[in-house]
Design a protein around this ligand. Structure first.
Ligand code: WQD
Length: 336
C-alpha cells in the first residue's frame, strides 16, 4: 500500500483529498500546523472512511521538525496544500506569506532531494493567469504579473518546483485550481473559514444563516452578461479527485515531463448573480444582498479550458454547481 504525505491535510481541500486517497486504498499521513483548521477534522475524516490517518502537528517552517518527520516516516508521494491563502491578508503581511508559503516549500523539496523521494503534487491556482486575454483559459495562457502576494507565492512556487524537479529528477505536478466550493456529501467536512469570509460561497452561506447581515456583490459593471464577475466554481470533491488522478499519473510514470501543470475547473463560467439565484433556488432560501463597488484586484472573468486535464489526467468533473451549493448550505446549517 503506497503511503502519501498530505501537508495541510486538515484544511478544506486537503481533508477532502485525504478522504479520496483513503477511498482509493492509499495510506495517508497528514502534517498540519492547525493554524487555519481544527483537530476535529481528523475525527470527521475517520468517521467518513473508517480509517484514522496518521497525524503530526508540525510547522513546516521548522526545518528540524520536518527532518525528524522524514527520519521516521517513509512516503511514496507528497501532496502539498499547506500555505496561507487569504488574498487580502497577503497584501498586508507579504513577508509572512513568502516565508510560510515558499520557505516550507523549499524545505520540503530539500528533504525530497536528500532522501531521493519522488512524486510531488502542488496546490497552485488559476490566479497565476491574472485576467487571461482569452477565455476559456488553457495551460498555454501566459502567466501574468501576480495581482497579490498570495498569487505571487503560487507563481514563484511553481518556478521553484520546476527548477528543483529538473535538477534533482523529482516528478512533480502543479494543479491550478479555479474556485473550490461545496462540502462532502456526508456533510462531515467542508469549508471552515476563520473570521469574516473573503470568498463568495462562505459569505453567501453565512448570510443565509443570518450570521452576516447581507452579502455585498462587488460590482455589477463588468463587461459580462449580467454585469457581475464570472468564475469557474468547482465542487471540492471533484477537485480532490483530480489530485488522485495526478498522483496515479506520477506513480504510474505516465507523466511526460518532470514538471507538469494542469487547469482544474469545470470549464463553465458562472456570475455572482447566477450563484445567488442558483443558491436561492436549490436551497429554497432568500439571500439578502446589495450591489456595491468592485473589489480591488478582482478580474472580470476566469474559467478553465479542461481539455488537457481531462485527457492527460483521465479526469473530469462529475458534480454540478447545484450539488456544490446544496452541500455548502447543508454544511453551514451544521455549524453551531
Ligand atoms: C469570487 C467572486 C468576487 C465575495 C480567490 C483567489 C483564488 C482562490 C479562490 C485560494 C469575485 C465576488 C466575493 C463577496 C462578492 N483562493 N465576491 N462578494 O477572488 O475569484 O479567487 O479565492 O485558493 O486563488 O484568488 O474568489 O470567492 O473571493 O470571489 O461579490 O463577499 O465573488 O468579486 O467576483 P476569487 P472569491
Amino acid at each position: 500500500m503506497k503511503r502519501i504525505l498530505v501537508t495541510g491535510g486538515l484544511g478544506f481541500i486537503g481533508s477532502h483529498t485525504v478522504v479520496e486517497l483513503q477511498n482509493e486504498g492509499f495510506e495517508v499521513v497528514i502534517i498540519d500546523d492547525l493554524s487555519n483548521t481544527t483537530i476535529s477534522v481528523l475525527d470527521s475524516i475517520t468517521e467518513i472512511t473508517g480509517t484514522k490517518p496518521d497525524f503530526h502537528q508540525i510547522d513546516l517552517r521548522v526545518k528540524n521538525d520536518l527532518k525528524n518527520f522524514f527520519d521516521n516516516n517513509k512516503v511514496d508521494g507528497i501532496i502539498h496544500f499547506a500555505a496561507f491563502k487569504a488574498v487580502g491578508e497577503s497584501m498586508s503581511k507579504p513577508l509572512d506569506y513568502y516565508e510560510n508559503n515558499l520557505g516550507s516549500l523549499v524545505y520540503l523539496l530539500q528533504e525530497m532531494r536528500d532522501r531521493k523521494l519522488d512524486n510531488f503534487i502542488f496546490s497552485s491556482s488559476c490566479t497565476v493567469y491574472g485576467q487571461a486575454d482569452e477565455l476559456p483559459i488553457t495551460e498555454n495562457a501566459p502567466v501574468k504579473t501576480a495581482e497579490s502576494v498570495y498569487g505571487n507565492t503560487k507563481q514563484i512556487g511553481e518556478e521553484i518546483i520546476r527548477d528543483a524537479s529538473t535538477a534533482h529528477n523529482i516528478n512533480t505536478i502543479a494543479l491550478r485550481y479555479f474556485n473550490p466550493v461545496g462540502a462532502h456529501p456526508t456533510v462531515k467536512i467542508g469549508e471552515l473559514p476563520l473570521g469574516v469570509p473573503a470568498n463568495l460561497i462562505p459569505f453567501v452561506t453565512q448570510t443565509a444563516a443570518g450570521i452576516r447581515k447581507e452579502l455585498s456583490v462587488f460590482g455589477d459593471d463588468y463587461p459580462t452578461e449580467d454585469g457581475t464577475a464570472v468564475r469557474d466554481y468547482i465542487h471540492v470533491v471533484d477537485l480532490a479527485k483530480a489530485h488522485i488522478a495526478a498522483l496515479k499519473r506520477l506513480i504510474g510514470n505516465s507523466n511526460k515531463e518532470t514538471f507538469e501543470y494542469f487547469n482544474v475547473g469545470t470549464g463553465r463560467g458562472t456570475s455572482v448573480l447566477e450563484i445567488i439565484n442558483t443558491f436561492e433556488k436549490v436551497n429554497n432560501v432568500k439571500l439578502n444582498y446589495k450591489i456595491v463597488g468592485r473589489r480591488e484586484g478582482d478580474i472580470t472573468a476566469a474559467f478553465a479550458d479542461t481539455t488537457i486535464a481531462n485527457k492527460e489526467l483521465n479526469w473530469k468533473t462529475e458534480k454540478s454547481l447545484e450539488e456544490a451549493l446544496e452541500s455548502a448550505w447543508k454544511w453551514q446549517q451544521k455549524q453551531s
